[in-house]
Design a protein around this ligand. Structure first.
Ligand code: FES
Length: 373
C-alpha cells in the first residue's frame, strides 16, 4: 500500500519537476533561436556566438540536465494524459497537449544528433549546418523549422498557462506575449538570411564529405544519427499509443456513480464520479473560471460547498496549498481537484467565470481560511 504522506506530496513534487524541466527546455530552445537570429548579421556572427548560446548545452552538466529534462517532461506528460479524466478542454490546452506528444521526441533527436557529432569529433558549425539544410538536404532543413515552431508553441503555451496562475505576472505576461512573437520571427528571418548568404557565397552543390572543415567519416555519424532518430520517433509513438490505450482501458474498468451538480443555485447538471467538478461543468457547457486549465495552481475555480449528499474526498496537499495561497474562505474547494463520489452537490462559485488576476479580488472571499500551508 502507498504511504499516505507520499500520496499527498507526490502531486506537488511531480508538478514542480514538470514546470522546471519545461522551463529548462524552453531556455534551451530560446538560446538556439537567438543564435539563429544572428544570421541576420552574418553566418560568421552566428558561429562566434555559438559557444555561448547553442554550444553551451553540450557541456557535461548542461547535457545531463537536458537529457533529464527531456525524459522527465515526456514521461510526466504521458502520465498527465493517462490520469486525465476527460480530453474535453479549452483550445490552448488541446494545442499544448497535442504539441506535447511530439515536442520531446523532436527535441531529443536534435540534442542527441548534436552530441553524437561532438562525440565523433565533428565540430559542426553554423556554416556547415546552413549548407546542409539549405543546399544539401532542404527537407531536413524544413523539418527543423517545423520542429522549432512546434516546440515554441508548446513551450509558450505552457509558460503562459503557468504564469497566468500567478497573481503578479500581469505586466511580465504583456512583455512575454511580445517576445513569443518576436523571438521566432527573428530566428526564421536569420535562418533565411543565412541561407541567402550561403547561396551568394556560391557554395551551392558543395559536397558535405569533401568540405575541408568536416572529416571524411562524418557520413558515419550521420547514418547513426538517422538510426537513433528513427528509434526515438517510433519509440515515442509507441509510448503515446500505449498510454492512450491504457487510459481507455482504465476509463472502461472504472466504476462510476451519477453526480448531480448545482452551481450558484442554477439548474441541475448531470456528471459522473469519474470527472472533477470543473470537468462536470465543462461537460455541461457551463463556463467556470480556470486560469491554469485545471492544474490546481491558480485557485480561480474555487467553490464554496453549500451541501453534499455524500461526504466529499479530503483536499490533497496541492489543493490545500492553493486554497491557502488565494485566501479562499472556509470550506472552499477547488472544482478542478474535487471529484465527488456521487449524489447531489450544491456549490457557489467564488470567482466569476471570466475572472483574470487583473480583476478585483473575488466578491465571495471573506477572510483567509485556516487551511494549513
Ligand atoms: S483551474 Fe486553476 S486551480 Fe483549478
Amino acid at each position: 500500500m502507498t504511504n499516505p504522506s507520499f500520496r499527498r506530496t507526490a502531486p506537488i513534487v511531480l508538478r514542480s519537476i514538470r514546470i522546471w524541466s519545461g522551463l529548462f527546455l524552453l531556455a534551451f530552445v530560446t538560446s538556439h533561436l537567438i543564435n539563429l537570429s544572428l544570421g541576420l548579421i552574418t553566418i560568421e556572427t552566428m558561429d562566434r556566438a555559438r559557444p555561448y548560446l547553442s554550444g553551451f548545452w553540450s557541456g557535461p552538466i548542461t547535457g545531463f540536465l537536458l537529457s533529464a529534462s527531456l525524459i522527465s517532461h515526456f514521461v510526466l506528460g504521458l502520465w498527465a494524459l493517462y490520469v486525465r479524466p476527460t480530453l474535453r478542454t479549452n483550445t490552448q490546452d488541446i494545442v499544448q497537449m497535442l504539441t506535447g506528444m511530439i515536442v520531446v521526441p523532436l527535441l531529443a533527436t536534435h540534442a542527441i544528433g548534436i552530441s553524437m557529432l561532438a562525440d565523433a569529433g565533428v565540430d559542426f558549425g553554423y556554416a556547415d549546418t546552413i549548407r546542409l539544410f539549405w543546399l544539401q538536404a532542404p527537407a531536413l532543413g524544413l523539418m527543423q523549422v517545423v520542429m522549432l515552431s512546434v516546440v515554441w508553441v508548446h513551450g509558450s503555451a505552457g509558460l503562459f498557462t503557468w504564469l497566468r496562475s500567478k497573481e503578479n505576472a500581469g505586466r511580465l505576461l504583456n512583455w512575454l506575449y511580445l517576445l513569443a512573437v518576436i523571438v521566432p520571427v527573428f530566428a526564421l528571418l536569420g535562418y533565411a538570411e543565412a541561407g541567402r548568404e550561403m547561396l551568394i557565397a556560391g557554395q551551392a552543390g558543395a559536397n558535405l564529405a569533401s568540405n575541408p572543415a568536416i572529416p571524411e567519416d562524418v557520413v558515419v555519424p550521420f547514418a547513426q544519427i538517422k538510426q537513433v532518430t528513427r528509434a526515438i520517433i517510433y519509440g515515442s509513438i509507441i509510448l503515446v499509443v500505449f498510454t492512450l490505450v491504457a487510459r481507455f482501458i482504465r476509463l472502461i474498468l472504472q466504476k462510476t456513480q451519477e453526480v448531480i451538480l448545482v452551481r450558484n443555485g442554477g439548474q441541475e447538471m448531470i456528471s459522473t464520479s469519474a470527472l472533477s467538478m470543473l470537468s462536470g461543468f465543462q461537460h455541461n457547457d457551463q463556463l467556470h473560471a480556470n486560469l491554469c486549465a485545471g492544474r490546481g495552481r491558480c485557485g480561480t475555480c474555487a467553490v464554496r460547498v453549500i451541501r453534499s449528499e455524500f461526504p466529499l474526498p479530503l483536499a490533497s496537499e496541492l489543493e490545500q496549498r492553493t486554497l491557502y495561497k488565494v485566501g479562499a474562505p472556509e470550506g472552499a474547494r477547488l472544482a478542478c481537484q474535487l471529484t465527488p463520489a456521487g449524489g447531489k452537490v450544491e456549490v457557489q462559485a467564488i470567482y466569476p467565470a471570466d475572472y483574470t488576476f487583473e480583476d478585483a479580488r473575488p466578491t465571495e472571499t471573506a477572510t483567509p481560511s485556516e487551511v494549513p500551508a
